[in-house]
Design a protein. Structure first.
Length: 286
């Protein structure tokens, strides 16, 4: 709830820890992996998860039940299954303050969070001889993934599920639905919005981009995801926008869909095969 601290010495003893310094402050970024070769890893899948600390309408913080029941072993098994499905190494990259990384999850959505994980990817490339990434982000993790896509040229594909891809629109939407206005709880003007740097994506060598949305999403409004897609198209980039079915009542959890798409892309599946696989997942949720 109040963050965690580390040092380079402590981080050296953290399994799969990366010491990263941004803005004069260091954090230990933890990752969980499966399938990495000791020599070269041409392509690696990376997953960045969503928020685990939420606020009620009255501004009270609480932790999601799924986080309190998650263990390192469970994450490792998930990465093993994902790696097997993809035929490639798979990594779970933990955001600041959660899943074993030091830092403060209260300070999320910031430019520093983007820079922290950007440098973490650089360290992963050097440590494991990775050439390119298939980057997957869910919800607020998609905000980070989109920010990384704006800044990197080594991402061969980006897949976002229920993504917070237009942060200003999302925060404005929730501003009018809380008993306590958001501006009294946080300073949204300091948030990183992927839209602000979207024109940095190389439109001539743009990666495959999949945006997976449930039009009934009650957490990240659908119109904000559609806005991101339309901005890409206005730049001459052609993302795939898939409408999917997430479980009610929130209609938000589509991380499994995103991982499925990433695994199929790693196996060089066709667009038709990917769309068919997503449709099959939708039928399983009925």
């Amino acid at each position: 709830m109040n963050g965690a601290f580390s040092s380079p010495e402590q981080c050296a003893h953290v399994p799969n820890g990366l010491w990263v310094e941004v803005d004069g402050k260091g954090d230990c970024v933890r990752y969980y992996s499966h399938g990495l070769s000791e020599s070269d890893n041409a392509v690696a899948l990376v997953y960045i998860g969503g928020d685990v600390m939420l606020r009620s309408a009255k501004g009270v913080r609480h932790i999601t039940p799924i986080y309190t029941s998650t263990t390192p072993r469970k994450i490792e098994l998930e990465m093993a299954d994902w790696s097997a499905a993809a035929g490639r190494p798979a990594l779970f990259l933990a955001r600041a303050g959660i899943y074993g990384s030091s830092g403060d999850h209260n300070a999320r959505r910031s430019h520093r969070e983007i820079n922290l994980l950007n440098q973490a990817l650089d360290l992963l490339k050097d440590r494991h001889h990775i050439t390119s990434f298939i980057l997957t982000g869910h919800s607020a993790g998609a905000q980070i993934a989109a920010g990384l896509l704006n800044r990197r040229s080594d991402i061969s594909a980006a897949i976002y599920s229920s993504g917070m891809l237009s942060v200003k629109q999302v925060t404005t939407f929730w501003e009018h639905r809380r008993d306590i206005p958001g501006r009294l709880l946080y300073d949204a003007s300091r948030y990183y919005d992927p839209i602000d740097e979207i024109d940095r994506i190389d439109r001539h060598q743009a990666p495959e981009i999949y945006v997976i949305s449930d039009p009934e999403d009650r957490v990240v409004p659908f119109f904000s995801q559609l806005f991101y897609v339309r901005r890409l198209r206005a730049l001459g980039i052609h993302p795939h926008h898939i409408y999917a079915r997430a479980p009610g009542p929130q209609h938000h959890l589509l991380a499994g869909h995103a991982k499925k798409v990433a695994a199929l892309l790693a196996r060089e599946a066709s667009k038709q095969e990917i769309y068919r696989a997503v449709l099959e997942l939708d039928f399983q949720s009925i």
